[in-house]
Structure formats: structure tokens, C-alpha cells
Design a protein around this ligand. Structure first.
Ligand SMILES: C[S@@+](CC[C@H](N)C(=O)[O-])C[C@H]1O[C@@H](n2cnc3c(N)ncnc32)[C@H](O)[C@@H]1O
Length: 215
């Protein structure tokens, strides 16, 4: 494991907003392709997709390092199986999960850790299972912003190291994500540059979204 996990608990101390749980359109669109009812959410956050999944009858396991996020999830949905862990330490049981989500999480890791997690997902998700990933693209304005800040050092392969808190932030291309999930059937791959109104303050973001199916 390289560096520290990002500290979302600290964000809540700085009055981070609480979001309503709403399915992402992309996931909702392909729910019919999920072969069973066991889902894993790596970096569940406030349960944006996992709470609606649970309400649909899925058995959802959510992993997060932030105790505050887990508390919000628990208060909003008592059926979630919540685990406090760094996702880099979480063992993905083989052939258990029909859906594995990691939305807006993997870019907060050094790519070496990220690749290890995507390999674990690939190897252990059930046959026909769906993977749903969101990561920052190279077009994300944070790439330029952080690259020019003295707090960050620029590493190879579009990885930035925050020297202040020893965390990493990684930026991806569509080709890279497709390569990571080679052998999977691509259900959706998209890249967008948009005003993200779902965070602390509205900001522009470059996002790659991927849905793939193990065949
Ligand atoms: C931007 S939020 C996304 C939350 C949720 N997936 C969503 O899309 O709404 C990132 C979440 O990932 C969690 N996270 C980031 N790095 C983590 C790590 N190494 N281990 C566990 N959780 C992590 C944070 O605590 C936070 O809850």
C-alpha cells in the first residue's frame, strides 16, 4: 500500500454536505444485466447507489474508511452490511458478488494500489457480474491545478503525490480503463467534462465512467 487513505471524516468536520441517495442513471439503466442480488460498494460514501440497491432487495456490502460516511449509511438504511476498512485491505470473496461498484474512489489511490484492486475485482466477481467504476480523467481541472501547486509532486503515469498528507491522486484515460478490464464485455465507457453540482461546491470535473461485464 502506498501512502495514506484520504480523510473524508475531516471533510465532515468542515461541514461537508449530506446528499440524498439517488441511483446514477448509468447504473439504473443496466440493473437488468446484474445476474444476482449480491453487491459490493468499495468506498460506499453516503450510500448514493447502495441505499437504492438495498431498497430493491440487493444484499449490499459497503466498505469505507470514513466512520462518518458509514454512520450516515447506517442511519439511512439499516439493511446495509457496513465494513470499516481501507479498500486496499479488503478481501473480495471469490464468486460472491454480482455487482461491484467503486464510484469516485479509485482516483484517490496511487495507480499501483488501484491496479491491484481492479485485478482483484476482475478475478473475484461472479461470472456475468457487473463492474461500475468512475474515475477522474486527464481533463479534470485538478490535474493542472495540483500539478502547479508546491504541495504536490508529479510522478509518472499521471499520478500526483500530496506531500502534505502523503495521499495520491491519479488521472486516467479511457484506453487505460478498457485495458484494465480487458477480457470483460464493455457495456458503457464514457468521458465527460461537466459542472459537478454534487460536491461541496459546484466545480468542473473530468470523469470516465465504465460498466463492464465478466464473460
Ligand atoms: C467522493 S466519495 C464517493 C462516495 C460514493 N462512492 C459516491 O459515489 O457517492 C469517496 C469515498 O471513498 C472513500 N475512500 C477513499 N479512499 C478510500 C480507501 N482507501 N479505503 C476506503 N475508503 C476510501 C472515502 O472515505 C469516501 O467515502
Amino acid at each position: 500500500m502506498i501512502g495514506n487513505p484520504v480523510n473524508y471524516d475531516k471533510k465532515f468536520k468542515d461541514s461537508f454536505p449530506i446528499f440524498p441517495a439517488n441511483f446514477d442513471y448509468e447504473l439504473k439503466r443496466y440493473l437488468n444485466l446484474i445476474p444476482g442480488k449480491n453487491a459490493l460498494d468499495l468506498g460506499i460514501g453516503q450510500g448514493r447507489n447502495s441505499i437504492p440497491l438495498s431498497k430493491l432487495g440487493f444484499n449490499v456490502t459497503g466498505v469505507d474508511y470514513s466512520t462518518k460516511c458509514l454512520e450516515i449509511c447506517k442511519n439511512n438504511c439499516d439493511k446495509l452490511n457496513l465494513i470499516h476498512s481501507d479498500i486496499r485491505n479488503f478481501y473480495i470473496e471469490k464468486n460472491k458478488y454480482d455487482l461491484i461498484i467503486s464510484r469516485c474512489v479509485l482516483h484517490f489511490l496511487h495507480k499501483t494500489d488501484c491496479y491491484q484492486i481492479t485485478n482483484n475485482i476482475k478475478n473475484n466477481i461472479r461470472s456475468n457480474g457487473l463492474v461500475y467504476i468512475h474515475v477522474f480523467s486527464l481533463e479534470d481541472p485538478k490535474f493542472i491545478k495540483h500539478s502547479t501547486s508546491s504541495d504536490f509532486e508529479i510522478l509518472d503515469n499521471n499520478i500526483l503525490h500530496n506531500k502534505i498528507n502523503d495521499t495520491y491522486i491519479s488521472f486516467f484515460t479511457k484506453e487505460e480503463i478498457l485495458k484494465l478490464f480487458s477480457g470483460f464485455k464493455t457495456i458503457l465507457i464514457s468521458e465527460e467534462y461537466c459542472l459537478d453540482q454534487g460536491g461541496e461546491i459546484p466545480h468542473y470535473a473530468g470523469i470516465i465512467k465504465y460498466i463492464g461485464q465478466k464473460i
